[in-house]
Design a protein around this ligand. Structure first.
Ligand code: NAD
Ligand code: G6P
Ligand code: MN
Length: 431
């Protein structure tokens, strides 16, 4: 049977993953799930272990669940390693969201300087994990959810021989939402995605094999924001009709920057706090529920988090690799020429054919011209961010922020960089 290792096993999302594992037991035949966490996550890890054991027990399956803080022991002999950890926890996320707001800049965990800070903390850890995998399970697949997912995946691809695929639940949520809006079942709908993680677009929509892209934009699509963690802004959907592209909800941070910053600052000033503060509350409630010895399923309250369809994205991907089924998934992978405007080594988010040999991006050609320069700038930001994180390189960090479309001016870039390094110094020994 398969051995799955979940790093960041104490995450409140783990029951979601477990549900996907259980649903596919007749296909995947998982025999062992190892939940890995760190000392600070010990209590959560314990609660999750007991809940997932009850979930498995309820179905009568023979899946051994264990919890450990010994990552090396866990990785030995793994078939799939799923990473979903948060270096510095929600405290660090809160700081990532708040620092940029003082510069009237978007305060968000993945988009803008907040994502930069998260990347600085996270890249060194994912590279340690990849190095251990090279020794202990060199043929295992690394399925990465850890944000910023595209950057983290590109770091592994650049510095390690481990096969790593980056995941995000936004594309599958966009597809499902479109399917509902058009009243067309998902299996009759085919969407082409192009771009980067949290910066991608549906560029073409086919219904029953017929290209309906132009006709579709006559209708008012995506009227409200579909992700729980992103505020809705006025007018955002009009952009869709002009561009004739359906943007990831994260594009609102670029297209409606001023309104987003205002909304975030207001929320902070009126005591509601940032998303991290909200998530702290939701998490507390979730873990209270998870502790209940009578609970043996994933509770509905988990849907208050942004990770809807998280498990579907991860486990259907593992299923395609394992069964060699050649199905298409929207993933973060090495470009390899699929998008001709970006270098081959850039990690992109696009449609991929998936089989035993991995995820193969489908050629997308050129990016739509209206968004081409935006994508190129953000990719340049991402590359400098990886350099900064790996080498503790301040100059690269400065160039990263200078290239980010949401950071305006060298003085702001410099001040943000110093404040971010200072706030995160316990996690950035190489700076
Ligand atoms: P969380 O705060 O619950 O963290 C998960 C666990 O990681 C915690 O139990 C924590 O103790 C542990 N952890 C921290 N540092 C660790 C380390 N060095 N090694 C192992 N474990 C460590 O976070 P969460 O809300 O469950 O999110 C987890 C991660 O998944 C985040 O990076 C988040 O951004 C990401 N995420 C990604 C997507 C996506 O679309 N790609 C969706 C949801 C969440
Ligand atoms: C979405 C994104 C994730 C992000 C999450 C945040 O699902 O795809 O990348 O991490 O939302 O959700 P949260 O509930 O933690 O704010
Ligand atoms: Mn995501």
């Amino acid at each position: 049977g398969l051995k799955l290792v979940i790093i960041g096993g104490g995450s409140s999302y783990t029951p979601e993953l477990m549900e996907g594992i259980i649903e596919r037991q007749s296909i995947l035949n998982t025999s062992e799930v190892v939940l890995v966490d760190i000392a600070g996550g010990k209590e959560k890890l314990h609660i999750i272990k007991e809940l997932t054991e009850r979930m498995v027990g309820k179905c009568g399956f023979d899946i051994k669940i264990s919890a450990t803080m010994d990552r090396r022991e866990a990785l030995a002999g793994a078939d799939y390693v799923i990473t979903q950890f948060r270096v510095g926890g929600l405290e660090a996320r809160s700081s990532d969201e708040k620092i940029p707001l003082r510069y009237n800049t978007v305060g968000q965990e993945t988009t803008g300087p907040g994502g930069f800070a998260k990347a600085l903390r996270t890249v060194p850890v994912i590279l340690e994990i990849a190095e251990e995998m090279e020794e202990l399970c060199p043929d295992a697949w690394l399925i990465n959810f850890t944000n910023p997912s595209g950057i983290v995946t590109e770091a592994v691809n650049t510095y390690s021989s481990i096969r790593c695929i980056g995941l995000c639940n936004v594309p599958i949520n966009m597809e499902r939402h479109l399917s509902e809006q058009l009243n067309v079942p998902a299996d009759r709908l085919y969407c082409e995605f192009a771009g980067l993680n949290h910066l991608s677009w549906i560029t073409k929509v086919y219904v029953d094999g017929v290209n309906k892209t132009d006709a579709l934009f006559e209708e008012a699509l995506f009227k409200e924001n579909i992700m729980k963690n992103i505020p809705s802004v006025n007018g955002s959907r009009e952009v869709v009709n002009i561009l004739k592209l359906i943007p990831s909800p994260y594009l609102d941070y670029y297209f409606f920057e001023k309104e987003m910053v205002k909304e975030e600052q207001e929320s902070l000033n009126n005591g509601k706090g940032t998303r991290a503060d909200k998530v702290k509350e939701v998490e507390k409630e979730l873990f209270e529920l998870y502790k209940d010895p009578a609970l043996n399923i994933k509770p509905v309250q988990l849907s208050e988090r942004g990770g809807s369809l998280y498990s579907e994205a991860a486990l259907s991907l593992i299923q395609s690799i394992h069964t060699n089924d050649g199905r298409i998934h929207v993933l973060n992978v090495r470009n390899n020429g699929a998008i001709s405007d970006l270098t081959e080594d850039s990690v992109i988010e696009t449609n991929c054919i998936v089989n035993k040999s991995g995820a193969h991006p489908v050629a997308a050609g050129k990016l739509p011209e209206a968004v081409r320069s935006l994508v190129i700038s953000v990719k340049q930001y991402e590359k400098y961010t990886i350099q900064a994180a790996v080498n503790g390189d301040r100059a690269a960090g400065f160039k990263a922020l200078l290239n980010h479309p949401l950071v305006h001016g060298a003085d702001t870039a410099q001040a943000l960089l110093e404040e971010i390094i200072e706030a995160n110094k316990t996690y950035l020994p190489n700076f």
